[in-house]
Design a protein around this ligand. Structure first.
Ligand code: GDP
Ligand code: MG
Length: 439
């Protein structure tokens, strides 16, 4: 999608006559790219109008960078769509906060509820899980396994077949034990759709959740609108989690779900591991959707600066990206000057920098480098999995570098994202190098 939109914009700026007709054609091209990325048809129509309105082509002064203005307009309109402008649910310490998950089977509920419980656990909440999926054989086993790995207390039953009773009993038990975050996992499939919706309503009635979250697979596509509306009509959820954003799906469906239900996305799932959960950041999500976090651009830039990148280039060509490669890139970025300029080029960097200015940004980068420097050689040269296998390493590194667990986790998820892209780029880079005869 990003490539198509960017090339539509490039075509316009390249064409000799930069007239209104060319501009209209470009908008048409962008809209069809959005449709292809499964953004809802009606939404694309609205978007088209607002882009045309916000870029008043006739009145653009001569000499301005039209490409940038148009790109920015597309970006801003999409961000507006997913930005809820509402405070997300904030659980309170010292009392029970019940969170119920709903969503179709396979959307990622069971995986994500463990991730979320762990998220709160590392932030000082006493968290636990209740398995109210009595429909699917093996559902309780799956939750039990995940919870055990994450050291999170859980409740479920192998004999009780009524999910409403299991949910109520589990929540009651954990409330008595003074748990602060009680997450209720539910079933996603039934013989009949209506049965599923009835069950959700009954469980909601029994456990009275403080928040209901709908889990949506990012590859849902054009069905996103209908599905999220159907769920909203029965189990009125107050938040959405989008899973599998690490996959190939373009995520346009997610935008449609938000727009159709006026419900904020609170987290995104970025992989199968327990740590692969990130707070939803509208700008970063849209950058990724539009392909603006441009790894290739970074590689070109690093190459042109003749910085210390030999090993990294070789690694990327092999589809590998170690934690040390990330450290080298961070220190290169420090050398390259204005961070605000670099932010667009490094995937995730603009999200990381948020609204920080250059000074705060370079402080943050420095802290990331401290984190790397507190790692052992083995950890630095690893693919990062050792931290998932032994989470105590994270605590040790945080202590050693004078940073927080959260910062170390952020660095590791940044690394995972770049390693994932390196894997994808493997073929491209090998070809590029062959063509250049370099290295
Ligand atoms: P449920 O039926 O809704 O409970 O879904 P599950 O939690 O069982 O997940 C279904 C599948 O999706 C499992 O294989 C999970 O490992 C996988 N999954 C869930 N979230 C993610 C994610 O963010 N990324 C990836 N790659 N896989 C995920
Ligand atoms: Mg499940």
């Amino acid at each position: 999608l990003g490539r198509r939109i960017n090339s539509a914009v490039s075509d316009l700026t390249r064409s000799a006559t930069l007239d209104e007709k060319a501009f209209d054609n470009m908008i048409k091209e962008i809209c069809s790219a959005l449709l292809e990325a499964d953004v809802n048809v009606k939404l694309v129509g609205t978007l088209r109008k607002s882009i045309k309105q916000s870029v008043n082509f006739k009145e653009l002064p001569a000499g301005v960078n039209k490409k940038r203005i148009i790109q920015k307009a597309v970006f801003d309109e999409l961000v507006k769509l997913v930005d809820p402008h509402a405070e997300p649910f904030k659980p309170k310490k010292g009392r029970a906060n019940v969170i119920m998950f709903v969503g179709l089977q396979g959307s990622g509920k069971t995986t994500t509820c463990t991730k979320l419980a762990r998220w709160y656990q590392t932030r000082g909440f006493k968290a636990c899980l209740v398995c109210a999926d009595t429909f699917r054989a093996g559902a309780f086993d799956q939750l039990k396994q995940n919870a055990t790995k994450a050291k999170i207390p859980y409740y479920g039953s192998l004999t009780q077949t009524d999910p409403v009773i299991v949910a109520r009993d589990g929540v009651e038990k954990f409330k008595k034990e003074r748990f602060e975050i009680i997450i209720v996992d539910t079933s996603g499939r039934h013989r009949q759709e209506q049965e599923l919706f009835d069950e959700m309503v009954q469980i909601q009635g029994a456990v009275k959740p403080d928040q209901t979250i709908m889990v949506l697979d990012s590859s849902i596509g054009q069905q996103a609108e209908a599905q999220s509306k159907a769920f909203k009509a029965s189990a009125d959820f107050g938040a959405i989690i989008i899973t599998k954003t690490d996959g190939n799906a373009s995520g346009g469906g997610a935008i449609s779900a938000v727009a159709a239900t006026h419900t904020p996305i609170v987290f995104i799932g970025t992989g199968e591991h327990m740590l692969d959960l990130e707070r939803f950041a509208p700008q970063a999500f849209i950058s990724k959707l539009l392909g603006m976090g441009d790894m290739q651009g970074l590689v070109d830039h690093v190459q042109s600066l003749k910085l210390d990148h030999k090993d990294t280039m070789k690694h990327i060509a092999e589809g590998v990206f170690t934690v040390r490669d990330l450290r080298d890139q961070l220190s290169n970025i420090m050398k390259m000057g204005p961070l605000s300029k670099m932010a667009g080029m490094v995937p995730g960097l603009s999200q990381m920098m948020g609204s920080m200015d250059d000074e705060e940004g370079s402080m943050k980068l420095r802290r990331m480098i401290y984190i790397c420097d507190s790692m052992t050689i083995k950890e630095l040269d690893s693919d990062g999995k050792v931290f998932v296998e032994q989470p105590t390493r994270i605590t040790r590194v945080a202590h050693g570098s004078g940073t927080s667990v959260r910062e170390v986790e952020d660095l590791l998820s940044q690394h995972r994202m770049m390693a994932h892209m390196a894997k994808k780029m493997k073929g491209n880079m090998a070809n590029m190098q062959r063509a250049q005869g370099a290295m």
